[in-house]
Write a protein that binds this ligand. Sequence first.
Ligand code: ATP
Ligand code: MG
Length: 429
Amino acid sequence: MSKSLQAIRGMNDILPEQTPLWRYFEATVARLLDNYGYKQIRTPIVEFTELFKRSIGEVTDIVEKEMYTFEDRNGDSLTLRPEGTAACVRAVLEHGITGGGQTQKMWYIGPMYRHERPQKGRYRQFHQIGCEVFNLDGPDIDAELIVLTWRLWGQLGIRDAVKLELNSLGTSESRGRYREALVEFLSAHLDKLDEDSQRRLKTNPLRVLDTKNADTQAVLVDAPKMADYLDDESRTHFEGLKARLDAAGIPYVINPKLVRGLDYYSKTVFEWVTDKLGAQGTVCAGGRYDGLVEQMGGKPTTGVGFAMGIERLILLLETLEQIPEEISRQVDVYLCAFGEAAELAALTLSEKVRDQVPDLRLQINAGAGSFKSQFKKADKSGALYALILGDDELAQQVVGFKPLRGQGEQQSIAFDALAAHLATCIVQG
Ligand code: ATP
Ligand code: MG
């Protein structure tokens, strides 16, 4: 028996019924980012594996166990991108567009790939929209990134459902000193740590802080605090950020255990979290990565950015029923035609109307059918109006114009007057 064809586990089709919500979301974010002066960058979905090893870090979850890595026909090791920052850094270096200290404010959108256990809000192909800013090192730009996401939550109607968590990881020097203190402390309690944390203690000790294990969490209560190890520069930066968020009226909580999964962060880290989606509650996450560009072989170039998970935000819109009514209506006018001559006239008439009203969403009936069946399709399409064209109308060079959602009586409109009539109906619609 042949196995039926299926998509890969954790990789989803987004069906025609779902795409209007996706497109609304994407258009809302794109417009907002344009308005804040960010420009889109588009990079390949596949990169050399080395890029992710060097940027994300060898001992992170992503590089250790989540990447889709394969050899191409040349024997090169390639990887489907698990995130967007690495490629942005590679691109700015490759094209030299930050090397002279130029500021770059950019954004990207697209699919990302991680071999994780699929569950609600966690997939193997998922989509992110992210921003990266290069060569601006002050807290003002960290604040701008947070302020613009806050505005986005407002536009999407989900502000009340998300909470901002903030932390500062300091510079790599102060984080190094903190790491030493943490390792010393945790090593003295090694037997009380869960297995994963024991392993992380050797490879990536800061990640022990975001363990879900209750016993390890109990040990952490008395662990040294990152805030006590912050250098003056990072402290001033963090205060500057908080002052701006206060001025903008954006509520936040300081989460000293927020470390983020990637190696490259420094100073500011933040996450927007919701309690409406179960375990997969982080909808947007980011931070500053001042050392990354240099680590990748560039001149010292500061960076800060975030990425939001589109699937989780779509789920949140659905959960909170924040789906604008107009996006579910894809058709303004449905044209029914009866008989060969009327069908031909319908085609030329509708093309003329489209010339004159380019934004009109006009669906023309296909596949003929009785009056009753065409009307049923017109109604199901969600259109506001049906146009009716049969032999009688054709003889008089008019169309029947029938409101489908209870606004007024059916009337006859001359072919010549149709475009203007529809233009007013739809604009006022
Ligand atoms: P998590 O802790 O949930 O695994 P992460 O720290 O690995 O998240 P990032 O690499 O910071 O996530 O990615 C930014 C955002 O992308 C996340 O906050 C989330 O909204 C989304 N995201 C990450 N991994 C997935 C996934 N496998 N499926 C769906 N969305 C994801
Ligand atoms: Mg993850």
